[in-house]
Ligand binder design. Structure first.
Ligand SMILES: [Fe+2]
Ligand SMILES: [Fe+2]
Length: 169
């Protein structure tokens, strides 16, 4: 089922983001940045494959849920904006020469921002899993689903290989 494949990608993304947060919590800004970038590579590919393979299919079917494909697209935009804000804040934090206390307070401020980002993402992912993907699984034909799964799995395997490669450097 499509929903299972995408759920797994959502879990993979969560794991990558947690890896970044572990480093941020330790004030290891170099690794926090590196891991945030790895998360970004996968998030971008994840969104692109949804936009390329799933959203056009969803726009074609007669869906029962009240949310139109434009809402999912807008949520992607919003998530991207908030991501940029987080990446900017991390870059700024990296450049400061704070004392320990100020540094910790600024890390907390960034973690708060990241909490909003995580909330937005979770909300969007739940909506995809409960509505968009569920309806695609119900309405698309077996052959169509098979082709979509193949394309999606292949693209995701490439994304993960990119990140794994970067980890070993
Ligand atoms: Fe999405
Ligand atoms: Fe998604």
């Amino acid at each position: 089922m499509l929903v299972e494949i995408i759920q797994q990608q959502h879990r993979d993304l969560k794991e990558l983001f947690s890896r970044h947060q572990e480093m941020l919590l330790q004030a290891d800004f170099e690794n926090a940045t590196h891991r945030l970038e790895q998360f970004r590579i996968c998030l971008k590919i994840h969104m692109q494959l949804e936009e390329q393979y799933l959203f056009p299919e969803f726009a074609e079917i007669e869906h029962k849920s009240k949310w139109d494909v434009t809402l999912y697209e807008k949520e992607h935009e919003k998530i991207n904006q908030l991501y940029l804000d987080i990446a900017d804040s991390l870059q700024w934090l990296r450049e400061q020469e704070f004392n320990k206390s100020d540094q910790q307070r600024n890390i907390i401020a960034l973690l708060d921002k990241e909490k909003t980002f995580k909330g937005l993402n979770e909300h969007h992912e739940d909506r995809e899993e409960d509505a968009l993907l569920k309806e695609l699984d119900e309405q698309l034909g077996e052959r169509e689903l098979k082709e979509l799964k193949l394309d999606i799995n292949l693209t995701w395997a490439e994304a993960k290989a990119l990140v794994n490669e970067a980890q070993t450097v």
